[in-house]
Design a protein. Structure first.
Length: 249
């Protein structure tokens, strides 16, 4: 998935504007459920006590902090290209052990096979080239390690879809205007989801990156997905036609 070459700078500027209210808006939009989804994303990483974990597009570090909560001895790196988001995260209590590094998701500043797990949360629909971003994550994870993507997706058509769209396209921008002072940023949010992948398309993108699909899971009326891939070990080959089990929560 490739978009306009201007997108990275636009995205960087937008997240810089809303950094001061980003976490609060996440809690309000999801009723606090995003914290539970992040917990499940880190569990899906299957971390060992001394794991090396990379949070791509870490923002204020919610996923990185959850990784340290579940594995206090882990080495956790938060990588993002929006400095105000990381600065905001560094000011939050208990996040001094996160190693913050500026970097682009399309050119991760790490050597091959550096990490035991790479995780991202609500980031991949914002990158200019999704396939390249996933290939980069596959590159820096060790064989047998996991790439875990938590993302808002284009949901299937269900009876509740009109209500979901009304909330996402009308209520969320209104809340964003009041709480974050930036209606435009939270108008972009539903638009970015409408232009993004379905669950099956996101899973296919993970497979194209050379990852063996382990699991797919959906939340919030199938509007949020957790997709888990593993980097093959040795001569292990991915099964292009196989579909991992999907669960809804």
């Amino acid at each position: 998935m490739t978009t306009s070459p201007d997108k990275p700078e636009q995205i960087r500027a937008m997240f810089a504007r809303i950094a001061h209210r980003y976490d609060l808006m996440n809690r309000l939009m999801t009723g606090g459920l995003d914290l539970r989804w992040r917990q499940q994303a880190i569990r899906a990483c299957a971390l060992t006590p001394d794991a090396r974990v990379l949070d791509v597009g870490a923002g204020t570090g919610d996923l990185a902090a959850e990784a340290l909560r579940q594995c206090p001895e882990a080495l956790v790196v938060g990588c993002d290209f929006t400095l105000p988001m990381m600065l905001r995260g560094r000011m939050k209590p208990g996040r001094d052990r996160i190693r913050w590094i500026g970097g682009d998701a399309l050119r991760l500043p790490f050597a091959d096979e550096t990490f035991d797990a790479v995780v991202s949360g609500f980031v991949m629909r914002n990158v200019a080239d999704l396939d390249l971003a996933l290939r980069e994550q596959a590159r820096v994870v060790r064989p047998g390690g996991r790439v875990v993507c938590l993302e808002a997706i284009r949901p299937p058509e269900r009876w509740w879809t009109p209500f979901y769209r009304f909330y996402f396209h009308r209520i969320v921008p209104w809340i964003g205007g009041i709480v974050a002072g930036d209606r435009a940023a939270y108008t972009y949010l539903p638009q970015s989801v409408e232009n993004f992948f379905t669950l099956d398309e996101l899973a296919s993108a993970m497979a194209r990156a050379g990852l063996v699909l382990q699991e797919t899971r959906t939340f919030m009326l199938e509007a949020v997905a957790l997709v888990v891939g593993m980097k093959p070990v040795g001569n292990q080959k991915r099964s292009a036609g196989a579909s991992p089990p999907t669960r809804s929560a």
